[in-house]
Design a protein around this ligand. Structure first.
Ligand SMILES: *Cc1c(COP(=O)(O)O)cnc(C)c1O
Length: 453
């Protein structure tokens, strides 16, 4: 794992406007609240988000994009806490969801269904039905087979389904392979050359209202040129459909804008807005973007406590109480999150540690960090840039209960999700009565055999 020297925030201010973390009197604060004060009230590990950072990010994004008429649908999977969704909804954001569960979260946060877009390759009939019943803004259809299912569900409900076709533009986003979605061999979207025929079929179906096209080429995209390529292909496709008499009203541009994990910051959004303007700004479509990470990543941290320090080969390893089940990105993608001590002291912050979690997997290692203070049992550390794909990806592996989540606003904080507790986990495991399944008729058994033989 890469050696990582963390960014130290200057004691008199942040590294940037969007950095929610600041050392004041050498003590780490998130906005106006000391991190150690929260840790006294909430057991570690816990996630903590800055309202100011999220507001600032949303403001910056909408200032860059609204002049070109682009609306924002936050990708719920990046951070699905209902309070975080509510904060974004208050700012005017719509939501991009990928499951029925996320639909219920968005609705619970007070987001009107008319501002929700349903993406995802594997929607079930019941999820599609629920989305249509609540009056979803748009379903992004990802295959010819899904289009047939949407038609059938809409017919059964006697409702008209607003659909967009998600295009696989065959563009490599040059990001980590596990978060690349726009290459031909990726499972997402419909091959671009299949779109005209499918769009025509959809336009002819009375159960459908075909509103446009969608594209999403991947996540944590730092080199923005693939966007230019993908959006140009979309503009050409829109022109080609229109020339066949097929109107395209909406274009959903997806998300994926990357952030700078080593600086606790989002990258400049102006360049992205410029690409949108130049490629699709004047094709007469309603435009939407679906950023997740960029809006909430830099504004969140994971607070943890050192359990043990041990010698491992030629270095020291600090075992902390947050593991890969809490923050999966390092184990899954080799991602490196910055680590900050709760006290800032240039003199003593010169020690190198490997930081690892308690989970019984060799991949449960966060990285090797320089510029740390000498660590002892009970010391607390903060993983920065953990507001996106942190809590929302957490699991209970090793029977570790889901961590609490905290929201800070100015000089206040509140718990926005309680720690799960082991009792709550165990409560799901009370077995039911034994059941004997009804036997298959013999001829069916024979048929199954012949099919598989
Ligand atoms: C995950 C996802 C997003 C958000 O990606 P980020 O990298 O968090 O911006 C947007 N749209 C779709 C369809 C997605 O699957």
């Amino acid at each position: 794992m890469a050696e990582h020297s963390m960014t130290l925030v200057e004691p008199d201010g942040g590294t940037g406007e969007r950095d929610p973390l600041v050392y004041r009197d050498e003590v780490l604060h998130i906005e106006g609240v000391r991190v150690d004060a929260i840790a006294q009230a909430v057991a570690t590990p816990f996630y903590c988000y800055s309202s100011a950072a999220i507001r600032e990010a949303y403001g910056t994004l909408s200032r860059a994009l609204s002049p070109i008429g682009v609306s924002v649908c936050f990708a719920v999977k990046a951070n699905c806490n209902v309070s975080v969704l509510g904060l974004l909804a208050e700012l005017g954001s719509g939501m991009d969801i990928v499951s029925g569960g996320e639909l219920e979260r968005a609705l619970a946060a007070g987001v009107p269904a008319s501002k929700i877009i349903f993406s995802g390759v594997g929607k079930k009939r019941a999820e599609i039905a629920r989305a249509l019943e609540v009056g979803i803004h748009q379903i992004n259809v990802e295959s010819a087979a899904e289009l047939d299912v949407v038609i059938s569900v809409a017919a059964a409900l006697d409702l008209r389904a607003p659909v967009a076709l998600r295009v696989n533009p065959d563009v490599d986003a040059h990001t980590h392979s596990k978060i690349s979605t726009g290459r031909r061999e990726d499972k997402f979207g419909i091959a671009i050359e299949m779109i005209p025929a499918l769009f025509a079929k959809a336009a002819a179906a009375p159960e459908l209202d075909v509103v446009g096209l969608a594209v999403h080429i991947g996540s944590q995209i730092l080199d923005l040129t693939p966007y230019r390529e993908a959006y140009s292909r979309m503009a050409d496709l829109v022109a080609s459909l229109r020339s066949r008499g097929l109107p395209v009203h909406r274009l959903d541009l997806g998300g994926g804008i990357g952030i700078l994990y080593d600086q606790n910051a989002g990258r400049e959004i102006g360049e992205y807005a410029e690409i949108v303007r130049e490629t699709v700004g004047d094709i007469g479509c309603e435009l939407t973007v679906e950023p997740g990470r960029w809006l909430v990543g830099p504004g969140g941290v994971l607070v943890t406590e050192v359990l043990y320090v041990k010698e491992t080969g030629d270095r020291l390893t600090a075992i902390v109480d947050a593991g890969m089940n809490d923050l999966m990105r390092p184990a899954l993608y080799g991602a490196v999150h910055p680590v900050l001590p709760l006290r800032h002291d240039r003199q003593v912050n010169s020690h190198i540690y490997q930081i690892a979690g308690p989970v019984c997997e060799s991949s449960d290692v966060f990285g090797t960090y320089a510029a740390l203070p000498p660590l002892q049992l009970g010391d607390r550390l903060v993983f920065g840039c953990a507001g996106a794909y942190g809590a929302s990806m957490a699991s209970t592996y090793n029977s570790r209960d889901l961590a609490a989540e905290v929201l800070v606003d100015g000089d206040r904080f509140r718990v926005i999700r309680r720690r799960q507790t082991i009792e709550a986990m165990l409560a799901l495991e009370e077995g039911s009565e034994w059941q004997i399944p009804r036997a298959e008729p013999a001829k069916d058994v024979e048929r199954v055999f012949r099919q598989t033989a």
